[in-house]
Design a protein around this ligand. Structure first.
Ligand code: FAD
Length: 494
């Protein structure tokens, strides 16, 4: 294919994506590569994206990032899950938390024992059997030595990019301030040769990482790679974001509050709260969305509401020729399950695994693209689940969500769970059984039966089994410090 050795990496864009990619490549291969990152202060970043999932902890471990320093530098708090208010129906709430519920059982998932317990009046809420969920509601947190809690962070996106910039520059990344005005490609191969800046300088490279956000300057505008549009399944295409002062102690979970034609996020940091509303312009206009958001804000507003437009879509090929798109340039579904930052870390680790040092091979490109597509399709299904399985009928938006035809892969999972109580994680899929069960039950999907193995337990045995788990969790949580106290003490002593 293209046998040119890859030595010069050019990262276009310095948002969360650009700097995560720079940090990872420079830490792992910085000694043998020349890495440049171009960003434009004038254009700026999207400025949202502050809730993460536990894979970021692993990403930081890979980079040897000191967690206390990172948290202090980014005003971060801990996150144990997402609270969904009014999603199943108005007035009904649940939490999708990290971790596992109950215990692992090789024959049947814990939900089967819980379903049996519920039928016999021996079980309380499903969430009572999950450590992370109970700790979320109690607003407590600590790193636990054994069977620790599965956690992620809420962070300030702007501070995170700065933190990663310092880190990357420490490993030799050269930052170039400037606006890319032209992408120069080879007339024969179509490969990108250089990026022309507004200063007139040409930045040459062997491999280009497109992190230019929704613009997709290299992958879309120059290489003409289009999107698969998923707006027939995911109706939201707009968001309004603003920041407020904190009004109380930060809770260790993201709040997601459903409204008539979309939903609102609340992300508590140490110093402030990130807020926003995600909505469908097919159902409400920006002004209605703004009024809904402003009507549900706590605390003094620190920034003006800002409209962000997006298209729920996936780039048809995230790797084309010598350009790989990461972050928003590669596609975006919507922020409900905080998956975008995770996908950046997955993309860069996939690149590291397939790094084309001796030249780009089509087989590497095909493998990379196939794995990216596969990964995003499972996440897409999980996100659609939140909208489709709802009892809300109070607005055209929710009625359309209920009535839409969903992907066959998701329909199968829903049918399987409803009919049998079973759910199986596809190997390497991001969301495991715990997530699927919590969200399906939370959205009001109740199985019609449970696995017979749960019937083998008598009432006394089942009550003891469920009661022991619940009591152990309650005891552990009662001994945890408050989330706020823990964050303060943890960030004080890096
Ligand atoms: P951007 O932040 O847009 O950065 C693009 C970069 O490219 C900037 O540095 C810009 O200056 C540069 N650039 C663009 N054009 C040029 C040019 N011509 N010349 C030079 N430089 C250029 N993700 C999560 O994981 N959790 C969340 O909670 C979450 N919430 C979100 C909420 C909303 C409403 C939206 C829209 C997204 C959310 N995301 C979330 C996604 C998350 O914001 C992004 O994945 C993340 O910020 C990465 O963005 P990016 O770096 O790809 O793009």
């Amino acid at each position: 294919m293209n046998q040119k050795r890859i030595r010069r990496i050019v990262i276009a864009g310095g948002g969360t994506a650009g700097w995560m990619v720079a940090a990872c490549i420079s830490k792992i291969m910085g000694k043998i590569l020349d890495i440049k990152l171009i960003e434009s202060d004038e254009i700026g970043t999207v400025g949202v994206g502050e809730a993460t999932i536990p894979t970021l902890v692993a990403f930081h471990r890979l980079l040897d990032i000191n967690e206390q320093e990172f948290m202090a530098a980014t005003q971060a708090t801990f996150k144990l899950g997402i609270g969904f208010d009014n999603w199943r129906d108005r007035g009904l709430n649940y939490i999708h938390s990290f971790g596992i519920t109950g215990t692992d059982h090789w024959t049947a998932g814990f939900q089967h024992f819980w379903l049996k317990g519920r039928e016999r009046n021996l079980a309380s809420d499903y969430g009572d059997y999950c450590l992370e969920l109970v700790a979320s509601l109690a607003n407590r947190f600590a790193h636990l030595p054994r069977d620790g809690m599965n956690y992620a962070f809420h962070l300030d996106a702007g501070l995170y990019a700065k933190f990663l910039r310092r880190f990357s520059e420490g490993y030799g990344v050269k930052r170039i301030e400037g606006k890319i005005v032209e992408v120069k490609t080879n007339a024969e191969s179509g490969y990108i040769e250089s990026l022309r800046l507004d200063s007139g300088n040409d930045i040459e490279g062997d491999l280009f990482i497109d992190c230019t956000g929704f613009r997709g300057l290299l992958i879309g505008q120059a290489l003409k790679i289009g999107y698969d549009d998923w707006s027939h399944w995911l109706f939201n295409d707009s968001a309004l974001a603003l920041q407020t002062e904190s009004v109380g102690e930060p809770v260790p979970y993201t709040r997601s509050i459903a409204h008539e034609s979309g939903w609102q996020w609340r992300i508590p940091l140490q110093s402030r709260v990130g807020n926003g509303i995600v909505y469908s312009s097919r159902y409400i206009d920006d002004e209605q969305a703004k009024q809904t958001l402003l009507g549900n804000i706590q605390g003094k507003i620190l920034t003006e509401p800002r409209v962000i437009r997006f298209k729920p879509c996936q780039r048809q090929q995230v790797w084309s020729k010598n350009c790989i798109a990461m972050g928003l340039a590669s596609g975006f579904l919507e922020p409900i399950e905080s998956t975008s930052i995770h996908l950046i870390s997955r993309a860069v680790s996939r690149l590291m695994q397939s790094f084309p040092s001796e030249g780009i091979q089509q087989s590497d490109i095909d493998e990379y693209n196939e794995r990216s597509n596969w990964e995003i399709q499972h996440i897409r299904d999980f996100i659609i689940l939140h909208y489709h399985v709802t009892q809300r009928q109070d607005s055209p938006y929710w009625r359309a969500c209920r009535e839409m035809k969903i992907p066959a892969s998701l329909q199968h999972r829903i049918d399987l769970f409803r009919e049998t109580g079973r759910v199986f994680r596809v190997p390497n899929e991001l969301f495991a059984e715990n997530s699927w069960v919590q969200v399906m039950l939370g959205q009001g999907l109740m199985p019609e039966q449970h696995h017979q193995v749960a019937d083998l337990m008598g009432d006394a045995e089942l009550a003891n089994f469920l009661g022991t788990i619940k009591a152990r969790i309650a005891k552990t949580v009662a001994q945890l410090p408050s989330h706020q106290a823990y964050v303060e003490q943890y960030c004080k002593a890096p």
